[in-house]
Ligand binder design. Structure first.
Ligand code: NAP
Length: 522
């Protein structure tokens, strides 16, 4: 194959055949072997064929193993193992015993273990390590176990593009990595074969990062539901002999949803504020947060999304209020009784102001809340710069908390001052829902005080109160030096070395933004 050197690569038309047909033989397609003609074996074989490989199956019943992808053939295990350098073991671990007898044929070959287990910690060692023990002469690589037969057959989509792999032989891993790339997957090396157990646990996980937020949501919903049933329904029955249990379906639900939503929204921002106070207290950002705070921080997105779900429910339930039988009945009854008694009501401007502000705050809060939810979608957040993302999630996030909290305060107005609101000496539900967001807002406002903000910024840019070398406690840097400190730090972090020509004079190459790693987590 020769290409006219005078034609530059850029100007070659795409349709030009660089290798005229028939002049050279097409490169021989690699032959791969698959043990097991079950669901995964067949899907994998199909995908390998589509990607240009030849496939041979090793089966217990090569002549009666059912329909296989066209172009493949089935043999007994020995013959199949001898024909290829790379063998996929698409057999359940419980049936690995037969492989021990094939050790001579599999010696020096790459064995890809795709198996999973039904439960965690079912065996003392991982399936891949067990396979390696059975055939010590082979190079076992754990891979493809996180993909389903279905996704293999349908080709990689964004959600399942990754193939995690691990193994002790670098060459074997490279071979599997190349093959996975050719199949259209992105291979991610997770290290030696000792990581196989972790990879085998992956498919057994059920929404791991959603568990805590869902528990919090269920716990809060159950608590407030029963709390409000007792305060509203049972109280009315016991004290006034009135059965208002029908209110459970809409009125009560529409009290529980906003309460849970507001608390969870505040819980989404609270760990960031706690982390900031912890950093201020410790005088460094280099000490790990306690495990509970780490865990809490890691599920903020899920907390926020569940809170948004409850906010949507609140909106839908509010929209149906005018068409409810109870509401229509009450309005009609009050209008008729006013006509009968020839009574008119006086328009109260203060009430109108409060009602309009209440609705306005609710709509603004919900609108921003939806924006936060949309910006947390990977496809949207990937299109945003770090600064844009943190502006929406942090600044607009706190504004959302403020609007929603104010909306709830306006709902209660001065009702919390009335003794009649405390049925059986219990505060109203909305009153309880204000505790966490109010604490959050106060703590956040304190962090915004210039002196506190300055210290926190300095700590987050790497300053430490205690000298890491000799343990001596440093004094605070005078505010004038702070600018010099932070500028120098951001320049250095971005790979620039500022030229300092006087105590307060800096001349850098160009202005540089603080890199994401130095941004505050709050
Ligand atoms: P399967 O449909 O039950 O197929 C297993 C195959 O293993 C059988 O078709 C059989 O092939 C062979 N086999 C059965 N008993 C055997 C024995 N005693 N000795 C030797 N070979 C035996 O299972 P699968 O769904 O394909 O799963 C295969 C492996 O892939 C499992 O380890 C599973 O954990 C893993 N995996 C599956 C999926 C999935 O979506 N299905 C996803 C990820 C990982 P022959 O009759 O041809 O010998």
């Amino acid at each position: 194959m020769s290409v006219d050197s005078s034609v530059s690569k850029e100007v070659q038309p795409e349709s030009v055949l660089l290798c005229p047909q028939g002049t050279t033989a097409a490169p021989e397609q690699k032959l791969l072997c698959i043990f097991g003609t079950g669901d995964l074996g067949r899907s994998l074989g199909q995908r390998l064929l589509q990607s240009g490989y030849r496939v041979v199956y090793g089966s217990r019943r090569p002549n009666s193993c059912g329909p296989l992808p066209r172009g493949t053939k089935a043999m007994n295990h020995e013959a199949a193992a001898m024909s290829a350098a790379l063998v996929f073991v698409c057999v359940h671990r419980e049936n690995y015993d037969f492989l021990e007898a094939l050790a001579p044929q599999l010696n020096g070959k790459v064995l890809v273990d795709v198996s999973n287990n039904l439960k965690k910690n079912l065996y003392p060692e991982s399936n891949a390590e067990y396979l390696q023990r059975l055939i010590p002469g082979a190079h076992v690589v754990k891979a493809f176990n996180t993909l389903s037969a279905w996704s293999l057959q349908n080709g990689p989509s964004d959600a399942n593009r990754q193939v995690y792999l691990c193994g002790n032989s670098v060459q074997a891993k490279q071979a599997v990595e190349e093959m996975a790339t050719k199949l259209g997957f992105a291979a991610l090396d997770r290290g030696s074969l000792s990581a196989a157990g972790e990879l085998e646990d992956f498919p057994l996980q059920l929404f791991p990062e959603w568990r805590l937020p869902l528990r919090v949501a269920v716990g809060l919903t159950a608590f407030f539901f029963f709390y409000l049933v007792i305060r509203d329904i049972v109280y009315s029955y016991v004290e006034k002999r009135k059965d208002i249990s029908f209110r459970i379906m809409v009125s009560l639900a529409n009290k529980v949803f906003p309460i849970v939503s507001l608390i969870m929204l505040a819980l989404c921002y609270l760990p960031g504020v706690i982390a900031a106070y912890l950093q201020l207290y410790r005088g460094t950002k280099y000490r790990r947060f306690p495990a509970w705070l780490d865990r809490w921080m890691l599920c903020r997105k899920q907390l926020g999304l569940i809170a948004l779900g409850f906010a949507f429910l609140h909106v839908f339930y509010t929209l149906i209020i005018p068409i409810r039988y109870y509401v229509r009945f009450k309005i009609t009854e009050s209008t008729i009784s006013k006509i009968r008694l020839n009574r008119t009501s006086v328009f109260d401007t203060t009430t109108a102001w409060c009602a309009d502000s209440f609705y306005s705050m609710g709509i603004l809060g919900f609108g921003l809340f939806v924006l936060l939810g949309i910006s947390s979608l990977p496809s949207v957040s990937n299109a945003l710069s770090w600064r844009e993302f943190s502006f929406i999630q942090s600044k607009l996030g706190y504004l959302t908390v403020f609007f929603c909290t104010f909306h709830t305060y306006l709902y209660g107005k001065d009702r919390f001052l009335h003794l009649s609101s405390y049925k059986w000496f219990t505060p109203p539900g909305y009153f309880l829902s204000l505790v966490v967001p109010s604490v959050l807002i106060v703590l956040k406002l304190l962090l915004l005080l210039p002196c506190v903000d300055r210290s926190l910024t300095r700590i987050r840019q790497g300053w430490e109160r205690t000298d890491p070398e000799d343990g001596s406690v440093k004094g605070f840097v005078p505010p004038a030096d702070l600018m010099l400190f932070s500028r120098k730090h951001s320049l250095q972090a971005a790979g620039f070395s500022p030229v300092i020509t006087g105590s307060h004079h800096i001349s850098g190459e160009r202005s540089v933004q603080t890199p994401p790693s130095l941004k505050s987590s709050g």
